[in-house]
Design a protein around this ligand. Structure first.
Ligand SMILES: Cc1ncc(COP(=O)(O)O)c(C=O)c1O
Length: 387
């Protein structure tokens, strides 16, 4: 491996939200960014742009748009036209703008819980109601997995449901949906005239050769009813540079989206464009190594938890660098997030923020050097042993 992902980089006092939220004695394995340097080609492209020294307003980069179109065709056989591409300074901004663009106050927005917290809050920001179709938890010995209850999914769509926000691959359950699952969800949405917003930000973070299927690539009809959101941010560890992409092949839907953005959503930072282009054009070799490292970290988390913390059950993520831990049978008194923060000095995400089914769960980010992960798991195990 030419990249040294074992390198520990001190991120304290760098304005990092992950490393500044808690005290200096706490190891942060919560918010979804990684503790690795971005790929060398990204760093060098940024250096070059900085050296130019002039940072005036940018314009939408045609070269990046062409790269995005080529990438969708090469990876997924999904042909998109350049005019379908709309740039956004962040994906959460995208989710909120899509709610505003596709519905009125009083409309309902469907999500599958447990899910990335901004999915739960976005509808309310636009005076829309949240509807949930919980994913169904299945226990498999020491591990857990989730499936879709399609009857409950369809039943959650009521008159006035304007939008379904899909997370694929799904945060926090760490899996990509199968072609059959995607087809069934899309077919239900089309039958009820519900627009789909497919958040595919984690689609490059596939472990063990898992494959990703963009929902919109399934058929022309589904494509016309879908806004797909992607970004290089998670994959190449550049979320602080804020460059995200909406792919909206339907011109009417695209006009609705750009109208909702007008005057509110700022342009993407010029450095964000530079980093995105370098990442997408020159980041593949780094990404292949990253996925190998993350897969080994994933296996380490799953094995350590199964062997040394048997009262906790974990997902075996097929995508993302996020493990979702079921602590409900662990004997931890009260909230497991607080327990691990106070007793182990390890900061994880509180499962309650992912919707009601997240109570008793925590999310662990394994996008870090192995030594950090080892230390965190060791501290968690010691805290549990004190119970
Ligand atoms: C599913 C999902 N969507 C969006 C985001 C955040 O996107 P952004 O930082 O571009 O707003 C995250 C970050 O963890 C995420 O997991």
């Amino acid at each position: 491996m030419s990249t040294n992902f074992d390198q520990i980089i001190n991120r304290r006092d760098t304005g990092s939200s992950k490393w500044q939220q808690y005290g200096d004695d706490v190891l942060p394995l919560w918010v979804a960014d990684m503790d690795f340097k971005s790929p060398e080609p990204v760093l060098s492209a940024l250096h070059q742009r900085i050296d130019h020294g002039v940072f005036g307003y940018g314009s939408d980069p045609a070269e990046l748009t062409a790269v995005v179109c080529e990438r969708m065709a090469r990876r997924y056989g999904w042909q998109i036209e350049p005019e379908s591409v709309v740039y956004l300074p962040g994906l959460v901004c995208g989710i909120n703008t899509v709610c505003r663009a596709t519905g009125q106050p009083g409309n309902r927005v469907l999500v599958q819980t447990p899910v990335y917290p901004p999915f739960l809050t976005a509808p309310g920001h636009h005076q829309q109601e949240l509807a949930t179709a919980p994913l169904v938890l299945k226990t498999n010995g020491r591990t857990i997995e989730y499936r879709i209850d399609f009857d409950a999914f369809e039943a959650a769509i009521q008159p006035g449901t304007s939008l379904f926000i899909l997370c694929n691959p799904h945060n926090p359950i760490g899996r990509g949906f199968t072609r059959d699952e995607l087809c069934r969800m899309a077919e239900i949405c089309l039958r009820h005239n519900v627009t789909i917003c497919s958040d595919e930000i984690h689609s490059d973070l596939l472990l063990n050769g898992t494959r990703h299927i963009p929902l919109a690539s399934l058929s022309p009809e589904i494509e016309q009813q879908t806004i797909t959101l992607i970004a290089p941010s998670k994959t190449y560890n550049i979320p602080g540079l804020g460059c995200s992409i909406a792919i909206v092949p339907n011109p009417k839907l695209r006009a609705q989206l750009t109208r909702a953005m007008d005057g509110i959503v700022p342009h993407v930072n010029i450095l964000g464009y530079v980093a995105a282009l370098a990442a997408y054009t020159e980041g593949d070799a780094w990404l292949a190594e990253l996925l190998e490292y993350l897969t080994a970290n994933r296996d380490f988390v799953v094995n350590t938890i199964s062997e040394q913390m048997p009262s906790i059950r974990t997902t075996v993520p097929q995508a993302t660098y996020l493990a979702w831990l079921d602590c409900r049978d662990s004997g931890i008194p009260g909230n497991p997030h607080r327990f691990f923060l106070e007793q182990a000095k390890v900061a994880l995400n509180d499962g309650r923020h992912f919707g009601q089914p997240g109570k008793g769960f925590v999310r662990l980010n394994f996008g870090c050097p192995r030594a950090t992960l080892e230390e965190a798991l060791q501290k968690m195990q010691s805290a549990l042993a004190q119970l």
